[in-house]
Design a protein around this ligand. Structure first.
Ligand code: AMP
Ligand code: MG
Length: 420
């Protein structure tokens, strides 16, 4: 149920929508082209650079999916037939052709011997005591319990396509196709620094009026969980020259610079003038909460003409930088990685609370799914309260000016869908 925006806020200037900001951002980056070869075991989370084709048939031979007996169906016209066991074929060995009117004891994964056309599972058979005879209490159908050669992969068939983000099951497919090494795109390299005279590093005493730098660990964690190389350039004081110098250093060997803080337009906010001095910058006011200011631009690389590194300046408030990373930096990095799945997975879930005073901005509420499959709200939604994101397991994407009531379906973005 939609609830209209409060009229009191209507005299504020229009803001860029989060969707428009994202589509503008995604026009820019060009995927990183360079490839490298890495051991399959080390390729988790990497992006496959080329199609790989299977070097083998998987499975390599027709084989049994049951422990039992390999038979020729023509020898068994009625239940209760007794036949001689002439050979034993465990997995990892190859049997002999089946002689007429004989059967083979066989175990899961072992190849079907020539002449056999079905497996009878051992539960349907009664071995005769002190003899090599077995009574078969069923009439088998040709082909039963046989896994066909190549039914999973066949030689020359594409096993994994270029652009696949390699999850554990993809590494398994690559291994079954015979690949010890895989061609992958080189990792995207992201530099990060954190502005603010008030910041201290954990492990050091807090300065008077200070606060620990939490964005370093949140943002570098997000960067690294996307399979990027993340370089920490530390805390940068709120001074123009120091910010310029940090940009120059961070531009070396990176594809993207991310910063937190200093993107408002107060006299202590130096990101805008410093990036403009070292490159170019747009400062956007986005109609979202948390996270309103976002800076996007590029910084010239030192000693390289016509070469730039992308720049994204996030707000300093810890929840704002977390949410703006998810909504803007993540898709930007996905594009650099050559991926196309920019929209975070989301689905409609029941809200188990009222949200009756919607903001004029698009809100992203920190919520957690309860045992009844509904969503609970973290009580403090302030952009400085990072425990809301640590407690939560996702966000509700709440459109500008639209409230909802307990029981309404809302769009939920689970954090788990953001991994790799
Ligand atoms: P700013 O965007 O620089 O105006 O900062 C907004 C708020 O976020 C201020 O209260 C800062 O103290 C806080 N803040 C900025 N950077 C960080 C950081 N790295 N870790 C924790 N809080 C921060
Ligand atoms: Mg600041």
């Amino acid at each position: 149920m939609a609830i209209s925006p409060s009229p009191a806020s209507s005299n504020k200037p229009p803001l860029l929508s989060a969707a428009d900001a994202l589509s503008h951002l995604l026009k820019n980056p060009v995927p990183v082209e360079a490839h490298e070869s890495v051991p399959t075991q080390d390729a988790l989370g990497r992006v496959l650079a080329e199609d790989i084709v299977s070097t083998v048939d998987v499975p390599p031979l027709d084989n049994t999916s049951m422990d039992g007996y390999a038979v020729a169906t023509q020898d068994i016209s009625k239940p209760g037939v007794t036949l001689k066991v002439d050979q034993r074929i465990p997995a990892g060995s190859v049997g002999e052709p089946l002689k007429p009117k004989t059967i083979a004891r066989i175990f899961t994964g072992a190849p079907i011997p020539p002449g056999a056309d079905a497996i009878v599972m051992q539960e349907d058979c009664v071995p005769q005591t002190q003899s090599d005879l077995v009574q078969i209490n069923t009439i088998p159908n040709a082909g039963q319990w046989i896994r066909r050669r190549g039914e999973d992969l066949s030689v020359g068939k594409v096993a994994l396509s270029a652009g696949t983000v390699l999850r554990p099951q993809h590494l398994g497919v690559a291994a079954s196709a015979g690949y010890a090494q895989l061609p992958v795109k080189r990792r995207v390299r992201v530099a990060a620094f954190f502005t603010g005279d008030e910041l201290s590093l954990p492990g050091e005493p807090l300065k008077p009026g200070g606060i620990y730098n939490s964005n370093r660990d949140t943002l570098l964690g997000l960067i690294r969980s996307m399979g990027c190389i993340g370089t920490d350039y530390g805390i940068v004081p709120d001074r123009f020259e120091a910010t310029r110098q940090a940009l120059r250093t961070a531009s070396e060997d990176h594809d993207l610079i991310i910063t937190s803080g200093g993107v408002s337009v107060g006299e202590e906010d130096h990101i805008k003038p410093a990036v403009n001095a070292e490159g170019r910058l747009d400062l956007w006011q986005i109609g979202m909460k948390p996270g309103k200011p976002l800076a996007f631009g590029a910084v010239r690389k030192q000693n390289q003409t016509n070469s730039e590194v992308w720049f994204l300046g996030l707000p300093g408030n810890p929840v704002s930088s977390f949410v703006t990373f998810i909504l803007f930096v993540r898709p930007f990095i996905l594009k650099l990685q050559g991926r196309s799945d920019f929209t975070p997975p989301s689905f409609l879930v029941r809200a188990d609370f009222d949200w009756l005073k919607p903001d004029r901005r698009n809100e992203f509420l920190r919520v957690k799914m309860n045992q009844d499959g509904g969503l609970d709200l973290f009580p403090n939604q302030s952009s400085g309260v990072l425990t809301s994101a640590a407690w939560g397991d996702g966000l509700i994407d709440c459109p500008a000016g639209q409230g909802f009531k307990k029981g309404d379906m809302v769009r939920y973005i689970p954090f788990s869908g953001l991994l790799y």
